[in-house]
Design a protein around this ligand. Structure first.
Ligand code: PMP
Length: 443
């Protein structure tokens, strides 16, 4: 059987088991593309799965199919769906009002918790990690007086125009997906390959970079780990060249309760985390060191009175504060991480076992595991693109869906929540093993 025949066959299998989702998708013409947000179309299924409910690490659709959920909303639900602690807190807060545009006593508790956990001195809340990244970029420019930021080829930091640049055959350009963009982002964004120290040194040597915005492990083009010593060299270079180091730990919060930087002794100047920080209630937080905070005060003083900055009225609302408080005190605990990390180790061992004779490898950062369809771990986005095979990804994802397993649609990311059962991991590994047998036929 060819790969294309396999995909067609899997589509039929899917369609025959999902008649209610199919009917609902046919009735969804009011939504552009049939969905309220275009990424909901990016799954490998011929039409979206319509969800009935989700709980813990499982999700049930309207056709009564239950899935082991390793996507977990692509991270917002990393600690499990419908956690009772969170549901109770949200319901209680809803009864007390959600949007005051004022702080409450709990706000101070949350600030102290953030400071303690992530070792940043001052904090602000945004509504998404995208918003938080936009905020830190603006502040970095304001306090350094420099226009340019630096990002890594293959990065994704949300709906942040400044980061939508990539290297096409080594040439920086706006990313194709940046619809409606009138500015050439490369005029104010430098993009270099990850793990390429000379390129980074050269870019920072220009002295015009306000900030380097990075994930400590790249998680949005497959998964790319830093070479030994690379992040320490990045830290050192930023300090020497007067650029601020911003770490976006929206995904690498999967590493440890304080994220990857804390676990690995890396000290950024600014820090962002979103998605799971409020258990999936839209929120993100960003923190800065006391040195950066002092420079922000100076920049603010230059703006003059009557202007506190730009933001959105929903940010930091009471519901979000309750949700963050619940996550930090009851959900994202050390025992929860112990379960997540040991589950991920177990998954990696299983994947390595069943893919030992296949040209694939696994990479993981804490509870976040990636099966990469490349014989060796890629060191940069260019390596990753060389092995990118959309049809193979489609076939794999659809096959998993038909076996009752969801992984993140864009690549092969599998997230272990504290509620993921060992048997679910076994089912995932069995499904990968079975796919491997098909792969040997059509490769
Ligand atoms: N930072 C990183 C590293 C991300 O992966 C994402 C989204 N995948 C974001 C920021 C943006 O998050 P959101 O879509 O919630 O704004």
């Amino acid at each position: 059987m060819t790969l294309q025949d396999f995909i067609s066959q899997q589509r039929e299998v899917f369609a025959s088991a999902h008649s209610l989702s199919k009917a609902l998708s046919e009735q969804a013409s009011a939504w552009r593309g049939g969905v309220p947000m275009h990424w909901m179309r990016d799954w490998a299924s011929p039409f979206p799965i319509f969800v009935k409910s989700a709980s813990g690490a499982t999700l049930t659709d309207v056709d009564g199919v239950t899935y082991d959920d390793f996507c977990l909303g692509d991270t917002p639900s990393m600690f499990g769906h419908a956690r009772a602690e969170l549901t109770d807190a949200i319901a209680d807060q809803a009864g007390r009002g959600v949007g005051y545009m004022l702080p409450m006593p709990l706000t101070n508790v949350v600030g102290d918790l953030l400071r303690e956990r992530f070792a940043m001195d001052q904090w602000q809340v945004a509504t998404t990690a995208s918003d938080a990244n936009r905020a830190v970029i603006r502040w970095a420019r304001a306090i350094t007086g420099r226009d340019r930021i630096l990002v890594f080829d293959g990065c994704y930091h949300g709906m942040v125009e400044d980061c939508f640049v990539a290297l096409y055959d080594g040439v920086p350009s706006n990313k194709a997906g940046l619809i409606g963009q009138v500015h050439d982002q490369t005029r104010t964004t430098t993009v270099v390959p990850f793990n390429d120290l000379p390129a980074l040194e050269a870019a920072l040597a220009t002295g015009d970079i306000a900030a380097v915005l990075a994930e400590p492990v790249m998680t949005n083009c497959g998964m790319i780990r830093p070479d030994a010593g690379y992040l320490e060299a990045l830290r050192d270079l930023c300090t020497r060249r007067g650029a601020l180091l911003v770490m976006d730990e929206t995904h690498t919060l999967s590493s440890a309760p304080g994220g990857y930087c804390i676990a690995n002794g890396l000290k950024p100047d600014m820090f962002v985390v979103g998605k799971a920080i409020a258990g999936g209630i839209p929120a993100a937080v960003w923190g800065v060191t006391s040195e950066v905070a002092a420079r922000m005060d100076e920049a603010q003083a230059r703006i003059g009175p009557g202007q506190s900055g730009i933001g959105t009225t929903l940010s930091g609302n009471a519901l979000v504060m309750r949700a963050i408080h619940t996550v930090l005190t009851q959900i994202a605990t050390q025992p929860a991480y112990d379960r997540m990390l040991s589950g991920a180790e177990y998954l990696v061992a299983g994947l390595d076992r069943v893919t030992a004779d296949l040209p694939w490898c696994t990479v993981h950062v804490g509870a976040r595991v990636e099966l990469v369809f490349a014989p060796e771990r890629p060191r940069n986005a260019q390596d990753m693109r060389r092995f990118l095979d959309h049809d193979l990804l489609d076939a794999f994802h659809l096959f998993l869906i038909n076996r009752g397993v969801l992984i993140a649609p864009f690549h092969n990311m599998m997230l272990i929540s504290p509620q993921t059962q060992t048997q679910a991991i076994d089912r995932l590994v069995d499904a990968v093993d079975a796919f491997g047998h098909h792969y040997r036929e059509f490769s």
